[in-house]
Design a protein around this ligand. Sequence first.
Ligand code: GDP
Length: 444
Amino acid sequence: MFDSLQDRLGSILNGLTGRGALSEKDVSAALREVRRALLEADVALEVVREFTERVRAKAVGAEVLKSIKPGQMVVKIVHDELIETLGSEGVSIDLNAPAPVTLMMVGLQGSGKTTTTGKIAKRLKDKQRKKVLMASLDTRRPAAQEQLKVLGEQTQVDTLPIIAGQGPVEIAVRAEQAARLGGYDVVILDTAGRTHIDEPLMVEMANIKVRTKPHEILLVADSLTGQDAVNLARSFDERVGVTGIVLTRVDGDGRGGAALSMRAVTGKPIKLIGVGEKMDALEDFHPSRIADRILGMGDIVSLVEKAAENIDAEKAAAMAKKMQAGKFDLNDLADQIRQMQTMGGMGGMMGLMPGMGKMKDQMASAGLDDKMLKRQLAIIGSMTPKERSQPDILKHSRKKRIAAGSGTNSAEINKLLKMHRQMADLMKTMGKKGKGGMMKQMMG
Ligand code: GDP
């Protein structure tokens, strides 16, 4: 349906040979396509703007590894930034409060609020063995309370008995009382919606919130909302204060832009997604899947994975060569430290290379955290080329000079040298095992 972002970027960036850094001009050209892809995915305009600026900041000057094309590099940066913006996975509904825990569902009419109330109740009952009570506070749509009652019968979850003539706040208070008396774990309040955001709705929501002090306020929003997603999420969040978002009709949306928009403006986690009309059509939110949808195609996933693999393989191959040669000097250590910084700190790089776990432990036990990494680089940076390639010549007076130059002390220098020695030894043994041994395993 859509051209893949990769194809578009490819035609723009293929002129670049596969080496060197991305220039401002390359990135600007690529970002025009990224912007189009995001708008086609129905990401709100203001979010698109802010997002592309963040990508620009990361992409300009980014080194293009020789095994991947510049276009792939930009796609990877966009993909990673999407996932970062969409937030972490598995933020589930928080029930960590004295029972009965009150959940308040808010959103526009037709967003799927009542359906989602039933789905969440069923999920909590079936998966977490919770005793759940549901109550409809929608007194304006005559059939609303009945609709919830039917869902309750269908899912075998209790609903608060309907008393005609009560207002939303009265019903909410009664629901909490009933939940307390009945020994319920959770009470879910399904509030009324409107076709659009208006003042009386916000006042009603605020009143219910004040009286019931819900532990979670979940904004239920249709993923097909498009450009309005931002206003919707912002209004509810500013006026009522949401703690999480449930996106519905994700089954009918191939694009996923609303997820990014709502997450970006509220900063609140997307906790669950609705993927159908049935009561079990509720799933955990996976940022990577939505990121793939936003980029408009499935093959992005494998592409990004391949790019990541290539990055790792390139670095691992260079490292392996050194090891085989039994050569690992302080320049290599500095390279390693720098790579670690770009690969997301200590954990990143080493964790990605099988067989490197031991070395990671080695470095961790040497007290290497990310701040330390900087100091270590400063130490190596204050050495002469000869000192870096032959650390053995480092005696007292040289250390004193280096300490002064790097703003450290000789204890820290000794620690670095000791760590280097241990790593070099380890590499020698790994290298000796040769092609049949650990090396092969490492290189996959
Ligand atoms: P409310 O007015 O916000 O309470 O909305 P309802 O819960 O009554 O839902 C409106 C319609 O959307 C119903 O026909 C639901 O079956 C449907 N619906 C709700 N959630 C989903 C979903 O995740 N996927 C699909 N395809 N339909 C949904």
